[in-house]
Design a protein around this ligand. Structure first.
Ligand code: AHM
Ligand code: MG
Length: 335
């Protein structure tokens, strides 16, 4: 039987990849793993919340019941604040970033951005959802409070990124720029174990994931690509299969393993699409590039965008290298 490697063991082992690392990033990743377990516990009881809390809006302990995305946000913010490895946090749930004023946080080297529970529309219907995170070295001086510039870095400046998928099993997938590794939660003992070492995305795939309901409002290049995916061609194994969960982490995770492309293009109504650069596009872009794939905004790499706003949006084309190349080619020629 192969040796079981837990997330904590793996993180500690990998610390030696960074010659001057003091262990802060390792501790931060462990804190995220713990927050993920707490969120997972709550997500798994989602359908029971209303039943158990039916007498009023409070549960048996007298605590007010929170919406799951607010619960996930609070859990991560608390874990980050008390963990003391980040100077601040930016979240999809909050208009402004938080600069933590505890002394140990002011001394921290990193900041974090996250989408605490992505795919909110799927929460109530028992479909996979996820947490996405992105970690940067801070730009502001150690000892001071975090500033807005800490949160407006390009994706290329990320030091680590990952996601947790709450699916048929719960997995944590992350990268620190030395490949991508996936861990599956063993629920009975509450431990993540290395289950997907050195993940690689197939260079080409046969799955396309897009909300086709909006296709008429997309650019000619994007429309041409979707038609191309649906056209028959034995040599390139088309038509491809359409798979769209409407949960970015779940769609991305499937395509990472099987090969495929996820697209959220701009449209005439929303030229910048829907997804946010810093806590949705960038972290998945870092992972996909580390796994041998590609992430584009249509005309170039996602991770080169210099954001000017915490909640800035961008079109996203992400997945297998050849598929992203093809959609870029059509956008280049047709617009
Ligand atoms: P959210 O952050 O409000 O959950 O929105 C992001 C989600 C993604 O998970 C998903 O891929 C996309 O929105 C689906 O959007 P649409 O319903 O427009 O296809
Ligand atoms: Mg989201």
């Amino acid at each position: 039987m192969a040796a079981l490697v837990t997330l904590s063991e793996f993180i500690m082992e990998r610390q030696s990849d960074f010659p001057y690392a003091s262990g802060d990033l390792s501790r931060l990743l462990s804190d995220i793993g713990i927050a993920g377990k707490i969120i997972n516990h709550k997500v798994n009881k989602a359908g029971l919340q209303d039943i158990l809390g039916a007498a009023g809006k409070t549960n048996v302990q007298g605590e007010t019941q929170m919406k799951l995305d607010v619960f996930a946000d609070d859990t991560l913010l608390n874990a980050m604040q008390w963990g003391g490895q980040v100077a601040g946090a930016g979240s999809e749930e909050n208009e402004k970033y938080f600069a933590f004023d505890h002394e140990h946080c002011k001394k921290a080297k990193y900041v974090i951005l996250f989408d605490p529970l992505d795919g909110s529309s799927n929460i109530d219907v028992n479909v996979s959802i996820g947490t996405i995170f992105s970690i940067f070295r801070r730009k502001s001086s150690i000892g001071d409070m975090a500033t807005v510039n800490d949160f407006l870095q390009t994706g290329d400046e990320q030091v680590a990124a990952g996601y947790i998928i709450y699916g048929s099993s719960t997995m944590l997938v992350y990268t620190t720029g030395r490949g991508v590794n996936g861990f599956t939660l063993q629920p009975s003992i509450g431990e993540f174990f290395l289950s997907h070492p050195n993940m690689r995305i197939p260079e080409d795939g046969s799955i396309f994931s897009v909300n086709e309901g909006h296709i008429n409002a997309c650019s000619p290049g994007v429309q041409a690509y979707v038609s191309w995916c649906k056209a028959s061609d034995k040599k390139t194994n088309r038509p491809y299969s359409a798979r769209y969960i409407g949960s970015l982490v779940a769609d991305f995770h499937r395509n990472l393993i099987k090969g495929g492309i996820y697209m959220y293009p701009g449209s005439s109504k929303s030229p910048e699409g829907k997804l946010r650069i810093q806590y949705e596009c960038n972290p998945l872009a870092f992972i996909v590039e580390q796994a041998g794939g590609k992430a584009s905004h249509g005309n170039g790499r996602i991770m080169e965008i210099k954001p000017t706003d915490l909640h800035q949006r961008s079109p996203l084309f992400i997945g297998s290298l050849k598929m992203v190349n093809k959609v870029e080619e059509l956008i280049r020629t047709l617009g």
